[in-house]
Write a protein that binds this ligand. Structure first.
Ligand SMILES: [Zn+2]
Length: 212
């Protein structure tokens, strides 16, 4: 039974790798961000509470996030395992999950701050149609021009140097203690997230014994 948490900095490609694992093992990805957006869209009780919190500029408290995960883990499709993406992000969440269920592995897609910075700085968005590009991974055919609509590409606000620095700072503040917890528990697998998507996936296959 694979009960996996996937961790990694923004720009590490962990979302892509989570999808590969999900397909290979036929287990669902559980993303709290995704659940929250759905609840908000469907205007459920939970969705309305989250909308109110976010409108007032707050962060969703741990109790709500924990409760959401607990409910999700009771559904039928997680009987053969799951991948948690975007959770847990705080020690309170880590401890809650620890008494809720027993994880098999925590996969950390490791990338240096400088690689993350370069990848985030390479993000571009079309000013006309909003399509996202990345001049490192998904370059346009013509420099600075959108493939879809010939609109002009612009740097996203989250691609500005100060915004990137801030996000990396917040990432370490939040995730370093989470990584330490799982390292001490002996279930942390470190994956080098800097080579190509295929090479990163190959490392994960080996470390999770997906080929045997
Ligand atoms: Zn465009």
């Amino acid at each position: 039974m694979h009960k996996i948490v996937i961790l990694g900095p923004p720009g590490s490609g962990k979302g892509t790798q989570a999808e590969f694992i999900s397909v290979a093992l036929n287990i669902p990805i559980i993303s709290t961000g995704h659940i929250f957006r759905n609840e908000m869209k469907n205007q459920t009780d939970l969705g309305k509470r989250i909308t109110a919190i976010m409108d007032s500029g707050g962060l969703v408290p741990d109790e709500i996030t924990n409760e959401t995960v607990k409910n999700r883990l009771q559904q039928d499709d997680v009987k053969n395992g799951y991948i948690l993406d975007g959770y847990p992000r705080t020690i309170a969440q880590v401890e809650y999950l620890d008494q809720l269920d027993e994880l098999s592995r925590v996969v950390n897609i490791d990338c240096s701050d400088s690689v993350v910075t370069d990848r985030m700085a390479a993000r571009r968005t079309c000013s006309k149609c909003g399509t996202d590009f990345n001049i490192l991974f998904k370059p346009t055919k013509v420099d600075g021009v959108c493939d879809q609509c010939q609109g002009q590409l612009i740097t996203r606000t989250d691609g500005e140097p100060d915004a990137i620095k801030e996000r990396i700072y917040i990432y370490h503040q939040q995730d370093d203690p989470v990584l330490d917890f799982y390292k001490n528990k002996g279930i942390l697998i470190n994956i080098n997230g800097e080579p190509s998507i295929e090479e990163v996936w190959q490392q994960i296959r080996e470390k999770l014994n997906l080929d045997s």
